[in-house]
Design a protein around this ligand. Structure first.
Ligand code: BES
Ligand code: ZN
Ligand code: ZN
Length: 497
């Protein structure tokens, strides 16, 4: 999608008219340049109450002498915040038909830069489909959507730069979605690493380092190795550094990247197993965030680590009963090979300490239990620092990506560290509180500052995106498939201090 901005009144292609609930006629400010036939048709629709302008509703007018139009509801004027404008923008793209054409003019007047920016953001985000694997007739191919936003005189520069940022961040969301939607025969650990490597080439200030299987074995990354060794597609760790030469502490993101989770020897049931291609959603979130930051020219230092592996059953797979030694030196008794995300993360979190980060946030499609707790409406959010947890929750609220506070309790830590033969166990004692026991397990692998034995643990948060990375039907920015959740949350958190 191309979005341009200008204060003129002419309408290219289909007119997009955002309206508040209760509008009984086209606002005066929108009349200039509007064909009288189209204006009177819209006025009749509004007067007769045929379009109530409820939030996200749209009505198409096609075949009018005065040109094509789409009315879009912003809901009640008093409630029309940034989220409402973003949703309305997304609704335009969701409901656009071929007959509307690809040239759209969204008309605003007297609107703030922020709300127009949010409307454009919604359009940009919703303009996504994953059809790389579909044959398409040349005749069916549409050209790129070209949107013009008409604003007031003097707003164009500020609005253009706001939209440039939204476009960069949206491309990060779309990258995360592309990675997640990619079928697992093509998205395996090395394919992800190769893509990261190729991606980094376009930026002078980005560096990608790949720790391959042999190097991971040598380094003692026992968690990553144990999960990945059962697959012909060997595991790896990918490290992204943006402005890595800058000094000082920086945010550090860690992602679970299980490119397919069969459960391993603790094999999952067959139903919906195909969805386990999304089990690399955490790594996609992290890669997408790095793209959002790099493409918008973020000047601060940010590091990300993705732990990539395919969890397969095979003669070389790990077994329930195995005890493995992780990068931290701590051992884990494997009681269920389907609890593999926490194993690869144990090495990723420990590795993060090498960068002496300001904070660590991990993203993982970690537990079915989190989906039981929160459905598809919110990500589970745990932290060893209450204020930090609140900051992330608020960053999520600011961009309409809910992350809900969950408890990190000593009792859960105790449960995960009382193995008879190892330092930790990868399964809780019972099945209750499975998302919380998983978080408590991860905490065992968050290093203290400078790895000092009695030092303070690095500020850390864990985000379980099992319910929000795909299948979230109420996410207005997404039609289907991977959602790309939390790229925007992270962009907001990192760029707003
Ligand atoms: N990738 C799954 C978690 C998952 C399940 C995400 C369903 C989304 C939907 C994870 O690796 C897993 O299998 N977790 C187990 C943990 C259990 C064995 C302690 C689970 O949630 O059942
Ligand atoms: Zn699993
Ligand atoms: Zn998994």
């Amino acid at each position: 999608m191309k979005v341009s901005v200008s204060p003129g009144h002419n309408i290219n292609g289909t007119l997009i008219l955002p309206l508040f609930e209760g509008s009984e006629e086209v606002p005066d400010s929108h009349e200039v340049g509007l064909h009288t036939a189209l204006k009177s048709q819209i006025n009749r629709i509004l007067l007769e109450g045929d379009f109530k302008a409820k939030l996200k509703s749209t009505m198409s007018i096609i075949g009018s002498e005065g040109g094509k139009a789409m009315l879009v509801g912003l809901g009640k004027e008093d409630d029309a915040d940034l989220h409402a404008y973003r949703k309305a923008g997304a609704a335009v793209i969701a409901n656009r038909k071929k007959a509307h054409g690809t040239d759209l003019t969204a008309r605003f007047s007297g609107a703030s830069i922020e709300v127009m920016g949010a409307f454009a953001e919604g359009m940009l985000l919703r303009d996504y489909s994953y059809d790389h694997y579909k044959q398409q007739d040349e005749d069916d191919k549409e050209s790129e959507i070209d949107v013009r936003i008409t604003c007031d005189e003097g707003q164009e520069d500020e609005l253009s730069s706001a939209i440039r940022i939204h476009a960069g961040v949206a491309s990060g969301v779309h990258l995360s979605r592309d990675l997640g939607n990619c079928p697992p025969n093509d998205m395996y650990p090395e394919a992800f690493a190769d893509q990261a490597w190729e991606w980094a080439k376009q930026y002078d200030d980005v560096e990608v380092t790949i720790i391959n299987y042999e190097q991971a074995v040598k380094a003692g990354m026992g968690g990553l190795v144990a999960v990945g060794m059962g697959s012909a597609r060997k595991p790896c760790m990918v490290i992204f550094e943006l402005n890595g030469k800058k000094s000082g502490r920086c945010p550090l993101l860690v992602g679970k990247g299980i490119t397919f989770d069969t459960g391993g020897i603790s094999l999952k049931p067959g139903a919906n197993m195909d969805e386990m291609k999304y089990d690399m959603g955490g790594s996609a979130t992290v890669f997408g965030t790095m793209h959002a930051l790099a493409s918008t020219g973020h000047k601060g230092k940010v590091v990300a680590i993705t732990c990539m592996a395919e969890n397969m059953p095979s003669s070389n797979a790990q077994r329930p009963g195995d005890v493995i030694k992780t990068l931290s030196g701590k051992t884990i008794e494997i009681l269920n090979t389907d609890a593999e995300g926490r194993l690869v993360l144990s090495d990723g979190l420990w590795k993060a300490g090498e960068f002496d980060p300001e904070y660590i946030i991990d993203f993982a499609t970690l537990t079915g239990a989190c989906v039981v707790a929160l459905g598809h409406e919110a990500t589970g959010l745990w932290s060893n620092d209450d204020d930090f947890r609140t900051r992330i929750h608020e960053a999520g609220n600011a961009v309409d990506e809910l992350a809900w506070p969950m408890p990190l309790l000593p009792a859960f830590e105790k449960e995960m560290t009382d193995s008879k033969i190892a330092d930790t166990r990868n399964l809780g004692a019972g099945r209750w509180g499975g998302a919380n026991t998983a978080a408590a397990f991860l905490k065992q692998f968050v290093p203290n500052r400078n790895y000092e034995k009695d030092g303070e643990q690095i500020t850390w948060a864990h985000m379980d995106i099992a319910g929000t990375y795909w299948g979230a039907k109420t996410n207005s920015m997404v039609g289907n498939g991977a959602t790309g959740i939390h790229v925007r949350t992270m962009y907001h958190l990192i760029t707003n201090g």
